[in-house]
Design a protein around this ligand. Structure first.
Ligand code: F6P
Length: 464
């Protein structure tokens, strides 16, 4: 990765999921790194310049003697089971998550969960206020902690306060259903800087700020109650160089070859996601089913490997979705498999980044077809891992990343006929066309990589 600039100020990062967690090994607590886009972006800066990262974690507090400790100050906030239920499984993932992903039918607005959300946000804010010195920049992340800025600003009017919203910011018609909509907006507008992935989310945010709080917009500044908030569209990037390096490792090459040999010349289609109803896994499987029904000539010639990482199993909607996916995979394989061929390989477990790269290298086609997605880093990782500039990316028109990757084949994931037709188009795409598209996407992924993203934020923060 190209080096991030050293931060000319101390950063205090506040997020629900942290860059490290504590695990118990042989009765001893040990730090382990968490995998994730945000950690990839911010860790190099904290490692070089110091700072604090405040996140949820069990046990809470600081553990200076635990092995594997990061070279900066990590402050874990432990929540009770009841708080986790109300704040994380409840308001965050049963109200805000479906709301922002346009699943109004799945939204559950619960007043006691809202109170727990407020309580937990206030707690994170208090810890941030204790840890942050006067000139530090406090950078809060994501929908779990959208109310923390309000509590920080109330205590410290001069705080340098930034926020990044990692998921879609929905259209005004959707956002307006949120019972606590003005409180959410007022909290985000208590920040000096609010970042979103793409211009559409910035536009939606500005519109509701004007409509619901009477804010005034001038360019990228939103004025409300005499306070200015700068808003910016900055899609998070990946460490493209690290993926390229991993993809070229002999070990990856060997594993990739073994995987390809097991497919005996078939075309490999790949899907990778967290188990989530927003990811369109079921719809994609229906598209495959339609293709297999209508094109018997591809039987035995195409395999879909669908990797699904378990996620948010404490939320009923997620357990339900898993049952539906298990069922449809069984139905498709039951109907179409023969002695030599199983059309869907369904792997329900977590994979390390280096194992995922083996699949990225092996796959002729990547199907990234969420029903709605803030950005989507799998699409970028697949393209970055294509070291021979071949392969086809099929991308949902409802993923934020489409505006960075217009050369992907676009699909409406709700339309199974469209899905089947686009997969067919990918199956016959000439190598030269694959190369042209992948090269264009690789250039953009490199230009707008994680270092670019981080430096863009650091530059903006320097002026807060
Ligand atoms: O990008 C959205 C996001 O909710 C992150 O905030 C989060 O860390 C990630 O997806 C995975 O979700 P979770 O933290 O609930 O496992």
């Amino acid at each position: 990765m190209g080096a991030s600039e050293p931060a000319p100020f101390r950063l205090v990062i506040v997020s629900n999921r942290g860059p490290y967690h504590l695990t118990e090994v042989n009765g001893e607590m040990k730090y382990e790194k968490t995998i994730g886009g945000l950690a990839t972006a911010i860790l190099p800066v904290l490692e070089n310049s110091g700072g604090v990262w405040i996140s949820g974690g069990n046990p809470g507090g600081r553990h200076p003697n635990a092995p594997g400790r990061p070279p900066f100050d990590l402050h874990l906030i432990e929540l009770t089971d009841e708080q986790v239920r109300g704040f994380y499984h409840g308001l965050s993932n049963s109200a805000l998550w479906p709301l922002c992903h346009y699943f109004l039918g799945r939204v559950n607005y619960d007043w006691s969960e809202w109170q727990t959300y407020e309580q937990v946000n206030r707690r994170f804010a208090q810890v941030a206020l204790e840890d942050a010195h006067a000139n530090d920049v406090i950078w809060v992340h994501d929908y779990h902690l959208a109310r923390a800025p309000y509590y920080i600003r109330a205590e410290r009017p001069n705080a340098r306060l930034a926020f990044f919203w990692h998921i879609p910011f929905p259209a005004p018609e959707i956002f307006r259903t949120l019972p606590w909509r003005r409180k959410f907006l007022a909290s985000l507008l208590a920040c000096n800087l609010v970042g979103f992935h793409i211009p559409e989310y910035v536009k939606n945010f500005k519109e509701v700020a004007v409509e619901l709080l009477g804010a005034e917009v001038k360019g990228d500044l939103v004025y409300c109650n005499g306070h200015a908030t700068q808003v910016a569209a900055l899609p998070i990037g990946i460490d493209d160089a690290a993926i390229d390096r991993q993809a070229r490792q002999p070990r990856v090459e060997r594993r990739m070859e073994r995987l390809r040999e097991s497919l005996r010349g078939q075309t490999l289609i790949l899907g990778v996601e967290r188990m989530d109803y927003t990811k369109g896994i079921l719809e994609r499987l229906r598209g495959m089913e339609h293709l297999l029904k209508t094109k018997p000539e591809i039987h035995g010639k195409v395999t879909l490997i669908q990797i699904v990482t378990p996620s948010r199993e404490g939320v009923a909607a997620y357990r339900e979705k898993k049952r539906e996916i298990d069922e449809i995979v069984g139905r498709i394989n039951g109907r179409f498999s023969n002695d030599l061929w199983t059309p869907i390989h369904y792997l329900y477990r977590a994979f390390t980044p280096s194992r995922l790269v083996v699949y990225y290298r092996a796959a002729d086609i990547a199907l990234v077809t969420p029903l709605r997605d803030g950005l989507n880093l799998i699409a970028k990782e697949y393209v970055a891992a294509r070291i021979h500039q071949d392969g086809v990316l099929i991308l949902s028109e409802f993923a934020g990343v489409t505006c960075q990757l217009p050369e992907a084949l676009s699909v409406n994931p709700y339309d199974i006929e469209d899905m089947a037709a686009v997969i067919e188009q990918a199956l016959v795409m000439p190598k030269e066309e694959q190369r042209r598209r992948i090269q264009a996407m690789q250039a953009r992924i490199k230009a707008e990589n994680v270092t670019w993203w981080m430096n863009a934020f650091l530059d903006k923060m320097a002026n807060l």
